[in-house]
Design a protein around this ligand. Structure first.
Ligand code: ZN
Length: 308
């Protein structure tokens, strides 16, 4: 196993050639790009979109070889491993390939399910709950990495000697989501399931198209949805306005935040309850959307009043 040397510098992931006395950059890409590419590429090979895990080894070798060869990072580690095994203890080329295939598939599968676990954990997190980075950190417990400092273009950078695909992705994900640099976080789109980079403008869905489609789908499920979402956003803006007015009083700000959290929790339960009643088709008990909205507003006003 020759391994790969990588460093993170100015928002970029650098692959370095360390075999000579002065290290050189072999390739360069944005931090997080490898993780997004890897995840989106292999999620196509789940047996179903709902399936959390990959099972590449259940496919014929020839097919798995093709799948791996089209994903540059996986292929790099596959070839690296295969070449390191040649002529050692393995009798022939075929055995070496088979061994490298099994080894690489296992790494791909474990990296994929780790990413999946982090993504699903993060998407369940309420915004006001503990920060996403803490959750991700718990799941992505750091292994021991071999690293050393080198001088590169007059800068001191930390170089990791990475021995597996799994390590490579862990480091990339870590730097994209947890490092204090202002690199944009990676998240998963709740509508299409693709990994993407969050920005101020899209912080939940990967695109406007997915956002619109998701809202339409929810509207079909419940007539209360758009009212509920509207009030949620409206009250959130109100909360921010009120908070900025009392920036000098922390206890008051906290009180407001608590009121919003309480309302949010309550409104969600009300929304779900109203939707359940609607879906059961109990026509007589069905609440009008207007009444539903009024109830939500009234509760909000009462909670806010108790703060002042
Ligand atoms: Zn999407």
């Amino acid at each position: 196993m020759n391994g790969v040397n990588i460093a993170f510098c100015d928002g970029m992931l650098l692959q370095l050639d360390m075999s000579t006395s002065s290290p050189t950059i072999v390739s360069k890409q944005g931090i997080g790009t490898a993780t997004i590419d890897f995840y989106n590429y292999f999620s196509r090979y789940r047996s179903s979109p709902k399936e959390e895990f990959l099972n590449l080894l259940s496919r014929p070798d020839k097919e798995v070889l093709e799948i791996i060869s089209e994903q540059s990072l996986a292929n790099q580690f596959f070839l690296d491993y295969a070449s390191s095994r040649q002529g050692i203890s393995v009798k022939n080329q075929q055995n070496a390939t088979k061994e490298a295939l099994i080894y690489t598939c296992n790494l791909i599968q474990s990296a994929f399910s780790d990413l999946n676990a982090v993504f699903s954990e993060c998407s369940n997190v309420n915004k006001t709950d503990m920060p996403q980075s803490d959750k991700a950190l718990n799941l992505f417990k750091f292994d021991k990495f071999t690293a050393s400092f080198i001088l590169l273009d007059n800068k001191i950078v930390l170089v990791y000697a990475v021995n597996s695909l799994h390590e490579y992705l862990k480091l990339d994900f870590y730097h994209a989501n947890l490092s204090p640099d202002s690199v944009k976080h990676i998240s998963i789109c709740p509508y299409c399931g693709k990994a993407f980079r969050m920005s101020q403008r899209n912080n939940l869905y990967c695109s406007k198209a997915c956002k619109d489609k998701c809202i339409r789908a929810n509207n079909k499920k419940s007539p209360y949805y758009s009212k509920y979402r509207y009030l949620q956003q409206y009250h959130n803006r109100q909360l921010n306005r009120l908070r900025s007015k009392m920036a000098d009083s922390l206890p008051e700000m906290q009180q407001l935040q608590n009121a919003y959290d309480a309302w949010n929790e309550w409104a969600r339960t009300e929304y779900e309850q109203a939707t359940r009643v609607y879906n059961f088709g109990q026509q007589k008990e069905q609440e009008s959307v207007e009444n539903f909205g009024e109830r939500l507003k009234k509760e909000w006003k009462a909670l806010i009043k108790s703060c002042s």
